[in-house]
Design a protein around this ligand. Structure first.
Ligand SMILES: Nc1ncnc2c1ncn2[C@@H]1O[C@H](COP(=O)(O)OP(=O)(O)OP(=O)(O)O)[C@@H](O)[C@H]1O
Ligand SMILES: [Mg+2]
Length: 229
């Protein structure tokens, strides 16, 4: 299965979600390849840091940088991987558009803000174009870095606007802004591997994992949208 984390906007959490997903998939015993199409190579650095972590995080995640040649992932020798996760950084990149023509699913993280929502119009167009050659492509929006402050209503307002895009659907996933995501990234780890664990972040990433690989999102508890998430 080929999963892309992509989008028009920078800094929305593509690398954070791609790396956590890759680690969870590998921890659960699957053969995963993490592809980094971004010039910044953050996902690659994360995988490299992982091998250097003093605790020696296992399993090692194989990652590779691929630019214009990203369509090779549909061919040998990449077929040996059960799962490929593509961190498609960069805006409207050739790599993102190319990968969308062969992927199973595209996840678009956005932050609950009007600026991020506006970028979805372009993603809606790109997904429409990709579906001409890859009709089964699924395109799902994830809200990331939602405020944990229940009095901030942006998250609910943003969810309301998502229905405006005919090619995109809301995944139902709301991931909150938590320091553990940044700490784990700095150490080449997934939030699940952090000590002490942050159970709420672990639950969020597990919900994401189930959405991707089991095709279902467990119902988000009402409390996590409204009270003390
Ligand atoms: N849920 C979260 N809680 C706290 N910090 C987060 C969360 N998600 C992402 N971050 C932080 O936000 C910053 C941007 O995230 P990330 O690098 O994953 O975004 P990106 O979409 O890959 O960015 P780019 O477009 O530059 O590749 C990073 O410092 C990351 O640690
Ligand atoms: Mg990135």
């Amino acid at each position: 299965m080929i999963v892309i984390l992509g989008g028009e906007k920078g800094g929305t959490g593509k690398t954070t979600l791609a790396t956590n997903l890759a680690a969870l998939r590998a921890i659960r015993g699957h053969d995963v390849l993490l592809i980094d199409t971004d010039r910044q190579e953050s996902a690659n650095f994360w995988a490299l840091t992982r091998t250097r972590t003093q605790s020696g995080a296992k399993p090692v995640i194989t990652s590779q940088k691929l630019g214009g040649s990203v369509l090779r992932i549909a061919q040998e020798p990449y077929r040996v991987y059960e799962d490929i996760i593509v961190d498609a950084g960069g805006r409207n990149s050739v790599e993102l558009r190319a990968t969308m023509t062969i992927a199973d699913v595209l996840y678009i993280p956005i932050q609950p803000s009007q600026f991020d929502v506006w970028t979805l119009a372009r993603m809606n167009e790109l997904v429409g174009e990709a579906r001409r050659v890859n009709p089964p492509l699924r395109a799902r929006v994830i809200l990331n870095r939602a405020s944990t402050n229940p009095s901030i209503t942006e998250t609910r307002e943003t969810i309301g606007i998502l229905g405006d895009y005919d090619q995109l659907s809301f995944s139902g996933l709301v991931i909150h802004d938590r320091i553990v995501y940044r700490r784990a990234a700095a150490r080449g780890l997934a939030v699940e591997e952090m000590e002490p664990p942050d159970p709420r972040a672990v639950e969020e990433m597990n919900r994401f994992y189930h959405e991707v690989y089991d095709g279902k999102t467990q119902p988000q508890q009402q409390t996590s949208l409204t009270q003390n998430p």
